[in-house]
Ligand binder design. Structure first.
Ligand code: ADP
Ligand code: MG
Length: 431
């Protein structure tokens, strides 16, 4: 488990260092008053509201660092206009669990503004950006140089981004009605996609269990039951309002109302990252155009924070570009060594069954580590170059560990038994 996006790692050196100073700079900014009229509140909103300074179990979290008593006293009584979100709800995971690194979610776009005393310094520290930083988005595939070398044993490539629409809550705060409205809007907007993107929407709540399991096993569909997401409020009313759209070839999909209103995904077998990226870019554009035609609405985008996501670790590009790749040499060298090498290359290793699924054999999920402060093109480039580098190093490590082709199967088996499993409660970097 641990399929949460609250990150257990600080970003590379640029991350940790930049921040104390810049944090102080912004924390004087008062939260802007929201222009929106108050929305009707759900009863639970009133019930959960508490003005008493909470005991934060994650004592080393960014929440513990920035939600001081003084800050709490200024913000505790605020309820956001879009869905009545509160600071207490935003920090529920840090209060409830002792293992959070970040520990905060936004319930709507307003949360980032109204609780900026907390979000701003956390975002700057986590992503290593300055108070003046502006986010640039660039999905131009022609700017990507080279691709993963044909010799690299890549099983599959997947790139996803998150997207949300203003005026509706984000997953931790979204009301039941807003969630259903988003689903309705998405069903209609997605039904208009044409050509190779054309497909069908499958709501989760009347999905056949066999079909659901197959989609999960094939790496296409999300699952429920993550304690972090539950405490953050993201599994309220599950599975109502959630679903998956996919094209016929299952190379383009949109997850609706999971951690974000949308996760837009492009994936296919093999290591042609450029083709996957090109399809993603086209898909994002067409989905946005269709939503606009349908409702007049656009994706929530902030000058500083890029695309707004429910988890501040995901803001910016919200993009994770990954390959499933065999790295037997690195597997023999050990997971800790691979992790720290990935860190140097601005990459992140995961198990192949997703963040919540754990590791199998010598195949790893390798993806870009950063989300904010770099464009999509830059992050895809980092992934391509890094995977090529890891492969070259893997060949050396195979020699070092006296592995040759004939030993591969043997090693596979040994690995399965000794591979550390991802622990239930361990937190992960950006989801
Ligand atoms: P994300 O947070 O980016 O959505 P997760 O780690 O939660 O990613 O994984 C979601 C699903 O996507 C899982 O089933 C995982 O196995 C699958 N997946 C991720 N990367 C790839 C890839 N390169 N090829 C095939 N499946 C992938
Ligand atoms: Mg995920």
């Amino acid at each position: 488990m641990g399929n949460a996006c609250s990150g257990n790692e600080l970003p590379a050196e640029e991350g940790g260092a930049a921040t104390q100073e810049t944090a102080v700079k912004t924390s004087g900014t008062p939260p802007p008053a929201s222009p929106k009229p108050s929305a009707p509140k759900e009863p639970e909103v009133e019930r959960e509201r508490s003005v008493e300074f909470p005991q934060i179990k994650s004592t080393h979290s960014l929440v513990a660092k920035y939600v001081t008593k003084d800050v709490w006293n200024q913000l505790a009584a605020i309820e956001t206009a879009t869905c009545g979100f509160t600071l207490a709800k935003a920090i529920a995971c840090a209060v409830e669990f002792d293992n959070q690194h970040c520990g905060i979610y936004a319930g709507d776009w307003d949360s980032y503004r109204q609780f900026s005393l907390v979000f701003d310094p956390i975002i700057m520290e986590y992503h290593g950006i300055s108070a003046e930083a502006k986010h640039t988005s660039d999905l131009d595939v022609d700017k990507v140089v080279g691709d993963i070398e044909p010799a690299v044993p890549v099983h599959s490539t997947r790139i996803r981004v998150g997207r949300n629409i203003d005026g509706f809550g984000l997953s931790p705060g979204i009301t039941k009605k807003q969630r259903l409205d988003i689903e309705k809007l998405m069903m209609s907007a997605l039904s208009k996609l044409s050509g190779d993107l054309a497909g069908k929407y499958y709501p989760l709540d009347n999905m056949d269990e066999k079909d659901r399991k197959q989609l999960v096993d094939d790496h296409f569909l999300f699952v429920s039951g993550d304690p972090n997401l539950q405490v953050a409020g993201m599994e309220r009313d599950w599975p109502e309002g959630r679903g998956i759209f996919h094209n016929e070839a299952k190379t383009f999909m949109v997850w609706v109302n999971k951690e974000d209103q949308m996760r837009i995904i492009s994936m296919q077998k093999g290591g042609d990252v450029k083709e996957v990226f090109a399809r993603l870019a086209k898909g994002i554009k067409e989905v946005e155009a269709s939503i606009k035609a349908e409702s007049g609405k656009e994706f929530a985008f902030d000058e500083r924070y890029g695309y707004i996501h429910s988890c501040p670790t995901n803001i910016g590009t919200g993009m994770r570009a990954s390959v499933h790749v065999d790295l037997p040499g690195w597997a023999a060298e050990g997971l800790e060594a691979l992790k720290s090498r990935c860190e140097e290359l601005s990459l992140q290793p995961r198990g192949t069954r997703g963040e919540s699924g754990g590791q199998t054999g010598v195949t790893y999920d390798i993806s870009n580590k950063h989300r904010l402060g770099y464009s999509e093109v830059q992050l895809v480039q980092v992934m391509i170059d890094g995977v090529n580098t890891l492969y070259q190093e893997d060949l050396e490590l195979q020699k070092k560990h006296n592995m040759n082709k004939d030993d591969d199967d043997q090693n596979d088996h040994e690995q399965k038994d000794s591979e550390p499993k991802e622990s239930e409660n361990e937190e992960k970097p950006a989801e």
